[in-house]
Every structure is written in C-alpha cells, then in structure tokens.
Design a protein around this ligand. Sequence first.
Ligand code: F6R
Length: 609
Amino acid sequence: MCGIFGYIGKNVKVSALIDGLSRLEYRGYDSCGFAGVHQGRFFLRKRPGKIAQLKKELKPVLNNQFGTAILHTRWATHGEPNKKNAHPHLGGAGNIAIVHNGIIENYMKLRSILIQEGVKFLSDTDTEVISHLIEKFYKGTIEEAVYEAVKELKGSYALGVISKREPDKLVVVRKGSPLIIGLGKDGKFLASDLPALTSLVKKVVHLEDEQIAVVSRCDTKVFNFQREQVDVKIEDIIITAEDTGKKGLAHFMLKEIYEQPQVFKRIQSLYVKNNRVCFPNINMKESYFKNIKKIYITACGTAYHAGYVGKYLLEKYCNLDIELDTSSEFRYRKVNLGKDNLLIAISQSGETADTLAAVKEAKKKGAKILSICNVLGSSLIKESHGFIHTVAGPEIGVASTKAYTAQMSAFYLFTLYLSQVKGLVDEKQSQEFLFDFEKVSQYVEDIFKDDKKMKKIARKFSRFGCFLFLGRGINYPLAMEGALKLKEISYIPAEGYAAGEMKHGPIALIDEYRGVVCIAPKDELYEKMVSNIQEIKARKGKVLGILNRGDTEASTLSDEIIYIPEFKNQDFAPFLVAVCLQLFAYHVAKNLKCEIDQPRNLAKSVTVE
Ligand code: F6R
C-alpha cells in the first residue's frame, strides 16, 4: 500500500519519473505527489486523485530534468485523501522532503511532543512527524538525522528522504515495508516494487528489514539500524517489462485471467518429475512431513480462500487435522503452537502485514513456517523455513486472479507430495491425480472460448443489486472467492455462503431481484446442491448455475448456465469454477463501467495492519 518512487543521478525527465510512479499505482491511487531539487530549492507538486491528474498538472515541465527526486502514490491511512495529506511532506524548515509507506504507531505522542516544541503541522498524516523529526535532527547530513529520527519511530515504514542542501544524496529506510534500489548507468532509482524498475535497470538491491541506504549517483552504502555497514547484495531483475504490461488487453485483470493456463503448465513442469512431486525450496525433511499430524494455514483475502481449498484437500487426501484462520485473527489468537507444528502462510505479495505478523508470532513459539508465495525475495519468503514459489509472474490487477489459482495449484501438488511421502498413494493414484491436474489448463482454455456467452450472462446479471454465491465442500471457498471478486470490482454487495447454511439466515434475502450463483458440479454433494437450488427457485431467486456439461437436473432449474468440463476426479473442479467466477465478475464490472484494475478504496499489497 502506497507506492514510492525516486531517483538520484545525472538527470532524468519528469515524464520518466511519472511513468515509473504510474507502474506502482496499483499500490494506492487516492492522491500523489512529486518533489525534486532544482537549483537548491524544492520543486513540489501534490494533488488528490490519480497520477494522470498530477501528470496533467506537470505538463509544462514534463521535459525538464531532475537529478534528485522522490514521488509517491498514496492509499490513505491517516488523514483523508486531499492535497495537504498527499506526500511528499516537508520538514518545518523546508530542508528535507520525505515519502513514506507504512504506519507510524506512536505518531500521536510524537506529534504532541513536536507541537510543544513549536512545530506547526500542515497535514493530518502520521508521516508528517517523520519529516519534522528528521528536520529537527538535521545538522548537515541527512543520514545522521534519519538515524536519530528512526530511533523515535514505532511501526512500519519505507522511507525516501532528500534534502535541498545535499542534492547528491537519497537516503532510504526499510522497516516492515518493501523498498528496492535499481542500479542504472547514470543514476539509481528507488521503488516499492519491481514492476516500476523493469524498463529502467537490470540490477537491483532489495533492501532488508531495518536497513538504511545512503544512495548517490556513484555509490550505494547500506547500514543496519546499529549503523554498521553491511554488504550490498546485487541481484538481477528476473521479470521483464513485457511481464508487467497489459499485452494489448483492456485491463491487467483480464490479461492475468488469460495467463492462467500457462501458469498451471509452468507449475507442473517445475514441480513434477516422473509422477513425483518435488519442491526444491521446501527445506524440510521428508521424515518431518511423514509424522506430521496437524497443520495450521493462514492468509488474508483471496489467499485465505486458496488456503481453504488447501484445507479440504489436505484433510481428505492426507488424513491431517487442519486449522485455518485469517492472519488478522490468527496473529492475536492464543494458539498453542510449538516446534512440532507447521504453519503454512499464503501470500501473493509476501508483504501483507497481518500474514507477516502471524508468521513472526508462530516462529516465536517455535513453529516451522512453509510459505506459498509469488514474490521471490519478499519478506514472507525471508521469514520462512521453506517456501513454494507460485511462479505466476507479476500480478498488477488489484483483484487477485492468476496468483489465486497458482496458490491453489501449490496446494494440490503439496497434497500429492504429502500423500506420496506418507505412503498414502501408489504410483497409479499419483498418475491419476496428475492426469487431472494436467487437464486443468486445457479445460480453462475451453472456458475462454465461451467468452461471448459469458458477456451476455454478465450483462443480464449486472442489474441485480445483491448476490449470493453458494457452494458446498471444496466449492464453498470458491463461493466466498466469487463473492469477493464481484464485490471488490463491481461494488455490488455479495455474500459467499456454504449452501447448507442458507436456511439459517441468508434465504431471507432471496426474491426475484437477487442473483444467486450456484456452484454445482457433479460431485458427491451435487444432489444436495440441487435441493438448495430448488429452494431458491421456490422463492423466485434468479439462478446462475456453474454446472458440468451434460447436466440434467440443476440445469432445468437455472435461469442461466455457465458450463464447465467434467474431471475424472471432480475435486479439480475449483480451478474451472474460479476462472468462471473471475470472468463473471470482470464482465459485470465492465458493464457497470467500474475501474477494474483500481477499485475504489483498495490497493494491492496490504503492508499496513
Ligand atoms: C482480492 C485480493 C486480496 C489479497 C489479500 C492478500 O482480490 O487480492 O484479498 O488476496 O490482500 O494479499 P497477499 O496475497 O499479497 O498476501
């Protein structure tokens, strides 16, 4: 949440800096700003709204060049999204400017101390205390002032700091929020995430937690919070500018939905050899997994829904007890974890604050951590004993799609891995499991062919003001995910429910104005789903059935149907259901002319609690 971009070097055009910032817009888009040093003074522009607005304002100077600049795109935490709260923020004497991603938890206390000392605050943000603290400690070198200021701060922060008195320096700090330094020939860039750097540099330094870097045109020095210089680890960027583009499609979300078949193939080719599953970075012995009895799973949002599918699989195929909780709850529960317990943490970004806190808490109690994560080098992977990389490639659309089904894929293969290690499956059963997994990409491609029909159905259902998504068994979490996808990008209230729970309350919602999405593939709970659909029809609800081709019962009750192919093992149906629900949400939101890639109030990578 919040995107930071910056530059120190020979000179770069304002337009290039704005382009860099735009590539981080998925991290927040309610206000933005630019501060550059020009002839010993700050050139500062801030405004509410999206980066396009800022670009418009900067039109007369887009070709001007700066050697030192910091930029920010905000997702508001403290203070509403307006001009005064937008970053960068200046210190009282106007010597320094800062951009910040994170939350300063003790800002109220710091603010009142600074006010007593005579400081005048211009914004409602927590960030402004940092700029005043740095200004207060500024005696001629920014890094000294930053060291002193950081001692006072509690919370999480990624910071970019510049001074008009020392225009040849950019000081950056990371504690709990990601920051990357891109190393170019004529200068260095600063960014919250790699997509902003792919077209600018080939080498990067991922700043680690509790590190401060002093960056100049020719040099990058990194220190820990104890002021000891540490080695700079330079890495190649492994994603390309093409990976982070839209490939000619209208939205990142659509592009990412379409990428899923390739992701499934990539995962299979990476982790399956001769019908055996092998995870190169799992870093735990087979003997450990052989004896494991209980596993905890934690994640947030869509990743939590992937974990829910994982719970069903591991319980069914590996005879394990599984406890699942959202990270924001798990981190505060008194869970009796110990060294014999495994916690699986799932995250696309690997930077989600609650998931990281849950992991740290579990680690403190001695538990082992296995993460399922899409971003190599992320904080989550660094905190984990082992990890499964979901290799979905950069996900830019705020609504998670390909990362979600990649997380599910990781769980399917992890389930087979555990079953193999525990001797619960033989060669033939492994082959059958993998046969269906291999079919997933082909079946998803089949679903894409029905695009016209999907659009028609979405048009029809766009007029409903409220939705229920119902599923049972392994498709219950899919109902929750379908509802989440729809509400986050179309703003239509939607609830995902276990179909069996309908009679305990939500059935009161049903009338001819409600859309009810019923996930009813032919599996062992199919007949029960059919009864639930009967109950909805009896109350005039409008049913959209997600059914297998050749269905003869639920199809007669449904107002509209999205057909999906049938697997030999119907536990694989969630992949197809997921893709249908993503496309459904996408087309409904498109009909309603919503901002699909940047839904209101949301941002990708939730780095604050
Ligand atoms: C919804 C969505 C969010 C994320 C959640 C966790 O489409 O994307 O619910 O799934 O914020 O994010 P990660 O996976 O980065 O931990």
